[in-house]
Design a protein around this ligand. Sequence first.
Ligand code: ADP
Ligand code: MG
Length: 617
Amino acid sequence: MSQKTEKHTFQAEIQQLLDIVIHSLYTDKEIFIRELISNAADACEKLRFRQSAGESIHEPETDLKISIATDDQANTITITDTGIGMTRDELIENLGTIAHSGSKAFLKQISEGKEKPDANLIGQFGVGFYSAFMVASEVKVNSRSFQPDAPGHAWLSEGSGSYEIEEAAESPRGTRIFIKLKEEDKDFAQSSRVESIIKQYSNFVPFPIELNGEVVNKMSAIWTRSKSDVKEEEYKEFYHYIGHDHEDPLTKLHFAVDAPLDIKSLLYVPAKNMESMGLARSESEVHLYCRKVLIQSKAEQLFPEWCRFLKGVVDSEDLPLNISRESMQDSALMQKLNKVLTSRFLKHLDSLAKKDEETFYKIYDQYHRFLKEGAATDFTHRESLSGLLRFESSALDKGKRTSLKEYVERMQEDQKEIYFLLSSSRETAEQSPYLEVFKARHLEVLFLFDPIDEIVMDHLGRFEEKALTAAEKADLAIEEASDSSHSLSEKEAKALAKWAKEKLGSKVEEVRTSTRLVESPAVVVDHDKTMTAGMRRFMKSMNQESGPMTLDLELNPRHAMVVRLSEMKSQNELLATRVLEQLVDNARLAAGVVEDPKTMVRQLNELLEQVLKTQSS
Ligand code: ADP
Ligand code: MG
């Protein structure tokens, strides 16, 4: 075996690649550390595999680890691992030729101008080793293979045209990469700078990373371990770290699947909904890994938008290394991942709802608006999402909530629709004239307190084939009262309605006899049934124009006041008119659609005056 130095020229494509790395990449240079650590971790992983396969290993007692040494006097950084190492031929093959498709794809991408040169691409295309040349004036690789009889070698290059290789028999097992930094990149010889880079990109590498003798990666990739091996405390600690949150999460979901895709994932729901705390729109904080190496932080395509409160990690071995950020966005693989992950998360919420209601409601109370947003916008998961919605209901005590599924189970035999009523509170809902017909017919009505609820119901349209219908739009009548002696005849009621319309003029569109009222004398409903009163209130509160309000007035022919009004209209038309106007205002008030409270007070005063006059005359 010769001791002398051999000189080799780089393959043309490699030289082309190196020229780009050296001359065109200026940003994100720090990723070279991530890339070299990732290679070191791969090398350790491979050794562990050989060892477990029972192969004989050089220096079997040596622990698997990665050591980094910085020297800010000499401006050098050295990255050493005790992994699988490389033989002479492997050094030549892996570091001097286009050994794998990544380099070709990288060059193609760059030369076609599809991507502007970006250091991050290097890792994504699997040509990470060469990223060292972004910062190096000289790279020296010492490597010794795990194979017991393979001597070590040193590989040396300045990145221009050629490299030298010579035997270095005494090298320990593994690989050491020594980098002499360019003048302008000497900050990578600062240990504090390097430490923060390691923590940012490589904190979960499953082998210890020592920096100048001290272990700096505290965390192992706990998502790759089996659930039974991870302590509750470790889950929390990991969350605090990646979530940048000192509070414990509300729930965690740790799972591994291998079909249809290989996925290991650990997801968390934070204790607080930051958006509801008046902070800006949340950004997904789920990071994408491939075999424990960070591919993309905050990979927002992993989940639909409504999941943007999630934090955690997704690790998939199915990700091709030559995937770029742009193509990741709409790749079929990403969509598949998204679908699997979202379904899994929804399944988790559903099982919480069944097995741990307390936790489910803690999550629901923080994040119901996200789930509703999803129910209204995410067609793929609409069914599961609508299954998670919860509302108060006329069939339950105040404060108790029901799912739509449970509502359907309680429905009357001939009932075809699911009814809901948007209102500001439980009390208002229970007092609502719109509820009367439902009470009389023992029909359940869901109480919605959040304006977004009605929007969601509108978007959903149906649940399990049952139409979701606003109480005010429901086409329902109470059964005819057996004792109709105190009620207006059909003829009288018609005459009253005709008279009322004459008096009210354009204030209402139509006046008719109501079939839905029991206790209230009158109710107003939207003439063209496009919008509920609750929705109008909401639009108004948002300073949104909800269009001109054309209301119909419905009069209750069984109500004593209405019966009296019918008699009075021919006896004292002035007073009858005042009462009628007040009746309309009261109905508007009950519906929450009073336009001008000042006019209302004036009318009320005029009415009182009339009443007093009548009494004294
Ligand atoms: P990739 O890691 O995607 O394969 P790189 O350019 O980072 O691409 O590395 C090229 C090859 O060089 C690796 O596949 C591996 O075979 C070899 N290599 C790089 N670093 C090491 C190391 N520390 N130990 C052993 N082999 C290495
Ligand atoms: Mg690599």
